[in-house]
Design a binder for this molecule. Structure first.
Ligand code: EPZ
Length: 418
């Protein structure tokens, strides 16, 4: 945990960078393999801390797993435990996604109530409301939440008060083995939901409407293992896009599905950044003096909350005043204190932040508070003449595969110091 990243910025980024498989698609897909009676093989799995945490959790539940060269093989025939420990849930909130598949497979699931995290309390009430509509009884005791159904789950109709990504995924997975049809209304529409649905259907499930706000799942008796290649990580792609815009040079970003980051591309073009879209790549050239703009984070297909902190670096260096409004999480502005130490001029007013562009930032010691804030601080450091040290970088390795190698390959003077 004492690792830090040392950056000597001011050097343009040139060359090609290949985007890895999506963290937020692969985590629910790996969990969904619990539903199968057999082995699944998942390709383009990014080598991330979160993937290793999930591997350990599933091994504890009885799964047999190998993970090498971005290929994740998992056989869940011997999964015999329906409980996830506090220690594991606390390592990674997304592990609450095991509830849906365990409930579907064993008619019961017991997981530690996930704590909040740096970006907000992040309750799971919508997940639990969905399980109740499928026939489960929910109880909370000793910090654990249990979902138990006396008999096989039945289909249900759920309206999500908020289009929660995790709740949509958890309910979708539970419904695949329920008796009858389930309809999720006001469902999340993120590309990661579509990728999960494609994997579930490859396993023999019947999931229709993923990517829209109404998803219909017709339950079946059993699912088999499947093979699947994970979609590219749209947030990693957006991160390198913004790096290319603020640090400049000529950057080719490969393995991108550009319509997954349409709002980010549109906003960058509003700022005057030159982006060329090829069929599976983006080319970004340094805009130099880009204009200020306003962003408001929204569920997909709106501007993604996961891009907010990285995009704010560009706004710190834009000409004029920008306003960021964060509507998805209640505490996702912590990177601003660190950026202000680098010379940014930012004023927080409730859910909004007002950013006055400055000609440049200056390197200093800063601390990552979550993985996207950490990525933002790395990009900010790459723009500065002089030295920047980013502490608590373990956050960044949760979501950005080989980020130091990738940036070094583009000409950045960046290294890890343990
Ligand atoms: C997923 O988190 C992503 N994580 C997040 O990415 C992403 O920021 C988020 O979706 C929104 O797009 C993974 O996919 C592993 P939500 P999730 O449920 O599922 C509230 C990253 O940086 N809510 O859509 O936890 C919640 O408090 C991470 O890669 C409820 O109130 O997000 C939050 O304010 C960060 N009750 C909002 O909804 C619930 O039952 C969005 O949460 C569930 C959620």
């Amino acid at each position: 945990m004492l690792e830090k990243i040392i950056i000597h910025g001011g050097k343009p980024l040139n060359g090609k960078v290949k985007i890895s498989g999506s963290k937020n698609a692969v985590l629910p897909i790996i969990v969904a393999s619990i539903l199968a009676e057999g082995e699944s093989v998942i390709y383009d799995v990014p080598d991330l801390t979160d993937v290793h945490i999930l591997k350990d959790i599933l091994k504890e539940l009885g799964a047999k797993i190998t993970f090498e060269n971005n290929v994740f093989r998992i056989d869940t025939r011997d999964v015999n435990c329906w409980e996830a420990s506090y220690e594991n849930i606390n390592k990674m909130r997304a592990s609450v996604l095991v509830m849906g598949p365990l409930l579907a497979k064993f008619n019961k699931a017991r997981v530690a109530m996930p704590g909040g995290c740096a970006i907000g309390t992040r309750p799971i009430d919508l997940h639990l409301k969905g399980f109740e509509s499928l026939g489960a009884k929910i109880s909370l005791e000793q910090g654990f939440v249990s979902a138990i159904s006396e008999e096989r789950l039945h289909g249900g109709k759920i309206y999500l008060d908020f289009p929660s990504v995790g709740a949509t995924e958890n309910i979708m997975m539970a419904a695949t083995l329920a008796e009858g049809t389930t309809v999720i209304e006001n469902a999340a529409e993120e590309p990661e939901i579509v990728d999960l649905a494609n994997f579930l259907n490859a396993m023999g499930a019947s999931v229709k409407g993923a990517g829209t706000n109404v998803i219909k799942i017709i339950g079946t008796d059993k699912l088999h293992g499947a093979e699947h290649t994970v979609i590219p990580d749209r947030i990693e792609a957006g991160t390198y896009l913004i790096a290319g815009a603020v640090i400049g040079g000529n950057l080719v970003i490969e393995n991108v599905i550009s319509h997954h980051i349409k709002p980010v591309i549109a906003k960058l073009r509003d700022c005057g950044v030159d982006i060329e879209e090829l069929d599976s790549s983006l080319i970004v050239r340094n805009a130099g003096n880009f204009k200020a703009t306003d962003i408001k984070t929204m569920p997909y297909p709106g501007f993604p909350t996961d891009m907010q902190s990285v995009f704010s670096v560009l706004m710190c260096l834009a000409k004029g005043t920008s306003i960021i409004t964060e509507t998805v999480f209640e505490n996702r502005f912590m990177h601003f204190d660190e950026l202000k130490r680098m010379g940014a001029v930012i004023k927080i007013e409730g859910k909004s932040a007002v950013i006055e562009g400055v000609p440049s930032l200056s390197g200093c010691q800063v601390k990552a508070t979550d993985l996207r804030a950490g990525a933002a601080l790395i990009i900010a450091g790459l723009t500065c003449e002089g030295k920047t040290e980013v502490l608590d970088v373990y956050h960044v390795f949760r979501g950005y595969e080989n980020i130091i190698d990738k940036l070094q390959g583009l000409g950045a003077d960046i290294r890890l110091e343990v």
